[in-house]
Design a protein around this ligand. Structure first.
Ligand SMILES: NC(=O)c1ccc[n+]([C@@H]2O[C@H](COP(=O)([O-])OP(=O)(O)OC[C@H]3O[C@@H](n4cnc5c(N)ncnc54)[C@H](OP(=O)(O)O)[C@@H]3O)[C@@H](O)[C@H]2O)c1
Length: 311
């Protein structure tokens, strides 16, 4: 799909949006398109040099002062707390939170400052904590929504509640798939809790099919060298993957379309949901397992110390 394809977005002038991982791939195009539709967009990035570079490229097409770069390292709980303080000091409401940032298949088990496995910390726990700490802002904003970016990889995922951090056994791909299943369990459980508490925000999920982004080159390396599987995947995505712009369309759709309903999941409409235009899709049944979602929620709450205050 060419970049000429464009969703016709509503005017987003009064909307405040956070996009995590906005300097690259899906997050970059999502932030750019929402910015073009006049939303106030916060680019939440871990590397401010890369963030600044992305901001400059976006500003070639967006002339207003509606784009803001802020520092956020999702793998570090203290950075998540600092970001939320900084954001809530500056902005009085939050219309759309896009939990997009992610890393994939880190070859050697790596721990963050809190001692958590880095993929679980970044892809799931960081977004869990970020959303919980921003909940009061979401609750005081009319029709706000949380969009969480998952993956087809959730289908291979299992939540290993006895070894969430891969201490006993670490597989890079299983660890990634676990986080992408966790993203869906989190997104759907959040929506159930919002509904139970009769609150207006919605929580939805999406996935970009298979898209050409930096996620392979960032993750699948040992000592700066791409692993064999990384080389294979780069070759395969070169052939089969859609552009990063096309990959961003389900996220943009989930974030802005009026038809989007809480608890739903959006992805590409092509064969196997690998590429195409956004449509409503269905996750594997394990993503709708309420008991598993509640167990994961409790563990995430215990680990991060972040409690969602629904009233
Ligand atoms: N590409 C695909 O085919 C595909 C398929 C399924 C799902 N996804 C999902 O799509 C989402 C976006 O990935 P992408 O494909 O666009 O990859 P990408 O181009 O590598 O972008 C990932 C973004 O996340 C940021 N990030 C990584 N760790 C972070 C941290 N600790 N704190 C804050 N930001 C962090 C990266 O920052 P740096 O630039 O500093 O690394 C980058 O901005 C991910 O959730 C991924 O799981 C992608």
């Amino acid at each position: 799909m060419s970049q000429d394809f464009s969703l016709s977005l509503p005017d987003l002038t009064d909307k405040t949006v956070i996009v995590t991982g906005a300097n690259s791939g899906i997050g970059y195009h999502t932030a750019c398109e929402l910015g073009k539709a006049h939303a106030t967009v916060i680019l939440a990035c871990r590397n401010l040099d890369k963030g600044n570079d992305a901001l400059k490229r976006m500003q070639e097409n967006i002339k207003g002062d509606n784009l803001h770069l802020m520092s956020l390292d999702l793998s570090d709980l203290s950075s998540v707390r600092d970001f939320v303080k900084d954001f809530t000091d500056k902005f009085s409401k939050l219309d759309i939170l896009i939990n997009n940032a992610g890393i994939m298949a880190i070859p050697k088990r790596t721990l963050n400052n809190q001692g958590w496995e880095i993929q679980f910390a970044t892809n799931h726990l960081g977004h869990y904590a970020l959303t919980g700490l921003l909940l009061s802002h979401l609750l005081k904003t009319d029709s706000s929504r949380v969009v969480t970016v998952s993956s087809l990889a959730h289908g291979r995922g299992q939540i290993n509640l006895k070894d969430l951090q891969g201490e006993k056994h670490y597989s890079p791909w299983q660890a990634y798939a676990q986080t992408k299943l966790a993203n869906l369990l989190f997104a759907f459980e959040l929506d159930r809790l919002l509904k139970e508490n009769k609150l207006s925000p919605i929580s939805v999920a999406c996935h970009p099919g298979v898209s050409k982004t930096n996620i392979i080159s960032t993750g699948v390396q040992v000592d700066g060298q791409m692993t064999l599987i990384g080389q294979f995947m780069t070759a395969m995505t070169g052939i089969f993957a859609q552009s990063d712009y096309a990959g961003a369309l389900p996220t943009i759709w989930a974030a802005t379309d009026k038809s989007v309903a809480g608890g739903c999941y959006y992805g590409p409409d092509g064969i196997g949901e690998v590429r195409g235009l956004p449509k409503l899709v269905k996750a594997k049944s394990k993503a709708y397992d309420v008991k598993l979602a509640k167990n994961l929620w409790l563990l995430s709450q215990e680990l991060t110390g972040v409690n969602f205050e629904f009233n």
